[in-house]
Structure formats: C-alpha cells, structure tokens
Design a protein around this ligand. Structure first.
Ligand code: SAH
Length: 464
C-alpha cells in the first residue's frame, strides 16, 4: 500500500521539515502489524515527493487468534485502510499533531499538495469520494479498477486509485486523510470505543463540524455504533461555530481583562474550594473546566480524592493538561486526576460517581434551551449530592470601568443575570429536583449592586 505526498512549494524539500523525515534517508518503522517505510522518490528544490509504503504482514495480523484462511488471504495488505491511518499517526505523528520544531512558521502555511493513494476501497463509489473531498476544496481524479482485466464483463471492483490536489497546510491534508481513509473503506481493524470519539473530534477540528457529510463520516468512523455516533454528533453540534476554540481563547482574555483589577478569578476559585470542603465533597467533576484553573487548585489539595475535568474544547483541555503536567506532581496525586472531552448537553454516564459537580462561569455560555437540557442532565440524571454554580452578577457590571455600558463581560455570554433572576432560577431547580440551595456573592460587595460573581450551592435533601 502506497501513499505519496508531493509539493511544488519552493523550496519543495521543506516537505522534509514538515514531515520530520529527512529527504535523503530511507527509513523503516516496525509496527504491530507490519513495517512502514518512508522515502523520497524525488527531492529537488522545485518538486518533492514523500512516500509512505506500508508493508502489512498478514501473519502478524492473526497472531494469537484462532484463524481461518480468510484472515490470511484478504485485501488488507494491498489497500489503504485504518492500518494506514494508524501508520500515519505513528510515523508522521509530529506532522499530524501540527508541530514542526525547526520551521514552526511552515505548519499553518498553505502549500500546493498532491496526495496519491495507490489503491483504496470505497463503499459508495465515486460519488462518495466527491461528497467527502469536494466540500473540503480538493480537486480529485479517480480511477476505478476492474474486478479482473481479463474479464471486463465482470464489471468494476470497489477499488480505486485516487489523486487529491489542494493548496492547504500539510497538517490539514494529513488530518483529512487520517479520518477519511477508514470512512471510505467503511471498516476498522480494531475495537472502536469512546477513545475514537476523542480522536475523531481532535482530527476533525476546524472542518468536520461544518462538513455536509458529517453525519455519515461520524457514523462510519465509529463503525456504525449508534450510541457512539449520537454522542459524537452531539459534541460536534456544540462546536458548530466557526472556530469555537479560537473564539473562546480570545473572549476569555477579554473577560479576564475586565475582571482583572479584583483578581476575581482567584477569589472565585478559593470560594468554590471552601464550599466543596464545607460540604465534604472529596470527589469532584468540573464541567466546562476550560483551561483547568479550578482543577489545579483541587489537585494540589490533599483533601480531594478524585478530580476530573470535562470540556467541549479540545484546545482548552490540551492547555489544562499541559498546565497540570507543569505542576510536577508526585505519582499518587496524578492518579486522582482525569480529563476528558464531552458535552454538557449530552447525558453522559461519565459525569456520575462524584460527590460534587461544579459549573464555574459556564451556564451563561449556553442558550436557554440548552440550559434546560443541562439542568435535566445534572439534577435529574447525575444527581450528585452537591452542585456548585457560579455566574456573573450583571448588576455589578456598572462598576467595571473597562466594560462598555450594556455589554456582557464575555462576547460569548448568552445572558448575565441579576441577583433576583439567579435566585429564582436556583429556587425553581432546588424545589423541582429536591435540593436545598444557598446563594452567596463572591468578590468585593458594592452598595446596591452586590458582588461581581454569584454562587449557588445546591445540596441534595437526602444528603446522598
Ligand atoms: N470553568 C472554567 C471555564 C469557564 S469558560 C473557568 O472558570 O475558568 C466556559 C467553558 O465552558 C469553556 O471552556 C467552554 O469550552 C465550555 N463549554 C461551553 N459550552 C459547553 C458545552 N456545551 N459542553 C462542554 N463545555 C462547554
């Protein structure tokens, strides 16, 4: 199985930097199911081609399993399939991750690229190729192979040779191929579980949520498993905005700048930590954890036995992870932390098993219908003994010198509530779902306007 990637970008040998593979070398990489070879059939300043040759060993594929002939004699060694995606992630992992140590400026550069797949099976034919690649801006040339050249009357096979042309960053091309090769083949050689959703959302970032065939891509990528597909599509719906991560990062800076003079963020985190301790909540899940500010307070404190963060934004989670790694915690403390990508509006069993759910400056990012869904999930389905919610108090906004009149603190806020609005929301939920609720303010208290942040602590009446 052969994949080649060529460019006429000048100097074309920059492709070697981008792929982290030197154009003068021929390298081989052992894999669980065979060997991957990387070499450059052509590498001049004007034109450069990198080749990934995947040599699948049919014996390795079946090692340790009960076998039949079909498991040895099949098309897998000769066609592009999920084996190729795995090989790409192992051999071109740095490039696929969008990193380039020596020439970082190249990573986001759009360069002319041509990818050729020598043979790829496709369920759905030429039309499906077009449905996948045309919306992404590729020009495609496809050749369908006959079942047997000696017997043209047998018709065509499901095998194709494909050439894809586009001017785009290499990382985008690799991500498209990584996701779409197994989608075309409509199969995967390994067990598909929830990790696959994370991979799909990660490699689909920036293009999948707006792709017209996203439902079919998701379904096939997840091996047509209904529950995984629904979960992934729910998460994709959350990231339907053009660049949620970019927007979130930028907007968070605006919000931080508005609130900075008070170091309100710190006061908020300390108030939440105090409340969790007061209610004896040792196992905490922070939903919409963002870049992990609260997580870092919790994991450094030995009171907390289990700390988990969840957010829809892969970018925020990567930052959270990096920041936690920088704490250089002893192993014991590491074991109590986990982070996963998910959605607040998806009834996710992973939210269960904690004493407390925290929603810190999160609810105001949801439209009201989604907020109602969230309420049902947290209070109706998860039902932890404690729920802590913080949100801005809009009455205080007049005190922020840097905030224009009538504006919310964060461009993505769907609402900001007065104290009485928050109170009536909290009381309604408490009585509907059997919780007690305490409301307090966080930060300096202004005459008439109250505190900048408001916090509700819900405690289950049965104290479970
Ligand atoms: N709790 C963090 C971040 C608050 S910003 C802190 O206090 O610093 C709001 C966060 O909610 C963002 O990280 C955003 O990505 C996340 N978010 C918004 N909608 C979401 C959804 N539907 N599912 C999961 N996370 C969501």
């Amino acid at each position: 199985m052969l994949l080649t990637i060529s460019t006429t970008h000048q100097p074309a040998t920059d492709l070697g930097y981008l792929l982290h593979k030197h154009p003068d070398k021929c390298q081989s990489f052992p894999l669980a199911f065979g060997t991957a070879h990387v070499f450059y059939p052509e590498a001049s300043m004007e034109y450069c081609t990198a080749a990934l040759l995947l040599d699948i060993d049919p014996i390795k594929l079946v090692r340790g399993r009960s076998t039949n002939l079909e498991q040895y004699v099949n098309d897998r060694p000769y066609v592009a399939s999920s084996f190729l995606s795995v090989a790409m992630s192992q051999v071109f992992g740095t490039a696929l991750g969008g990193r380039c140590k020596d020439r970082p400026e190249l990573v986001q550069a759009s360069i002319p690229l041509v990818a050729k797949l020598s043979v790829i099976p496709c369920r759905g034919g030429e039309k499906f190729f077009q449905e996948l690649f045309l919306p992404l801006g590729y020009a495609i040339a496809i050749e369908n192979h006959q079942l047997d050249e000696k017997f043209p009357e047998w018709g065509n096979s499901r095998y194709y040779s494909v050439e894809l042309r586009h001017t785009l960053p290499l990382v985008d091309l690799l991500s498209h191929l990584y996701v779409l090769i197994p989608v075309l083949d409509d199969d995967k050689h390994y067990w598909v579980g929830e990790d696959e959703i994370t991979k799909l959302l990660h490699h689909g970032e920036g293009w999948l949520s707006t792709h017209p065939a996203k439902a079919e891509i998701t379904r096939r990528y997840l091996k047509r498993k209904g529950s995984l597909t629904r979960q992934a599509l729910a998460q994709l719906a959350e990231v339907d905005q053009p660049d949620p991560d970019g927007m979130e990062a930028e907007a968070a800076e605006v919000e931080a700048a508005v609130e900075k003079p008070l170091s309100l963020n710190k006061q908020r985190m300390l108030a939440v930590v105090d409340a969790l301790k007061q209610y004896g909540c040792q196992k905490v899940i922070d939903l919409g954890c963002g870049e992990g500010t609260l997580l870092r307070y919790l994991i450094r404190d030995t009171f907390f036995a289990k700390v988990t963060g969840m957010d829809v934004s892969y970018r925020a989670l990567t930052i959270a992870q990096e920041r936690i790694e920088k704490l250089h915690l002893p192993r014991q403390q590491w074991e109590k932390i986990s982070i996963f990508q998910g959605s607040l509006t998806y009834q996710d069993a992973r939210f269960k098993g904690y004493d407390a759910v925290t929603l810190i400056e999160v609810i105001e990012h949801l439209d009201l219908p989604r907020l109602t869904t969230l309420e049902k999930i947290i209070f109706g389905f998860v039902q932890p003994s404690c729920v802590i919610v913080t949100t801005p108090n809009i009455e205080y906004n007049v005190k922020f010198e840097r905030l224009a009149t009538g504006k919310f603190r964060h461009p993505d806020h769907r609402f900001e509530w007065t104290r009485s609005e928050f109170q009536s929301w909290a009381n309604k939920l408490a009585s509907k779902y059997g919780y007690n609720v305490n409301l307090t303010g966080i930060g300096e208290t202004g005459i008439q306007v109250g505190s900048p942040t408001q916090m509700a602590i819900f405690h289950h009446l049965t104290g479970k």
